[in-house]
Design a protein around this ligand. Sequence first.
Ligand code: PMP
Length: 302
Amino acid sequence: MVTYFDGKWVPDEDATISVRSRALNYGMGCFGGIRGYMSDDGKEVFLFRLDQHVTRLQHSAKILYLELPGDHAHVSRIIVDLVRKNDVHHDVYVRPLLIHNSTQLAPICDEKSSSFIVYCMPLKRYIDKDAIEVCVSSWRRVADNAIPTRTKPTGAYLNSALARREAHDNGFDEAILLTEAGTVSEGSAEHIFVLSRGVLYSPPSTEHNLDGITRRSLIDMATEDLGIPFVERVISRSELYTADEFFLCGTGAQVTPVRSVDRRTIGDGQVGPLTLKIKQHFDDVVHGRVAHRKSWLTPVWG
Ligand code: PMP
């Protein structure tokens, strides 16, 4: 595979950083994650919401004193070029990574040492189950005013990793993290939706979760395309237990139904009808089957 590294296209094995890099020693950087979906006829790869992902990277860079190598169009071009240079004709996951790559000892944010890296890999499913069992983690979600969670900061994924490990050790598939205030924040790499009495709910990004692109897209799809009412509000832990339906979403997770939380079965334990409808519609949109949502897709080869 070919990787983009500070203006050069290099084989994966040559895309290396110093052991002294602040990015490695202190987890100083941020990243993105973009999916490309192969079209039904096998001729096209659609990058889902590239525009939004690049804008989020720009916001992250601004917050973390990092510098991208160019404007929105330039960064978007690098990402499309990467997929082309790797001759991708399958479902793909693209990882842009923007790091503080200087080797001085003391941690300080300094835009002059920014390195921009983009690599990709084939990806089918991130969560390899049709419906999952989750637990509420004993780890709290890192607070936005400690490490800005809306930026996808590399270092903050230790929080996600500890929560996932605890969940797996206890026989669950995924962890739900609460905020320090004890309200629902998000999964280790997914946003949360619950359905109750026909209404869809999800906590806002002020609940210390990522500014999620799948989440925002699903809100538009549910309300505008499927006529499902949506309310954005703080969600308490026990509401998860009594939800009629519950699903996680994200670039990796896509739409992943939840079967149980802390061993309390959701609904009758089957994937709920509205979750199924949303999941199917999401699948249609990302594969380019919904005409009025095609503007969300960037064709790599067309
Ligand atoms: N929360 C976290 C912590 C994540 O890492 C991700 C994956 N990017 C998500 C939520 C889902 O966000 P998005 O839909 O933008 O991929």
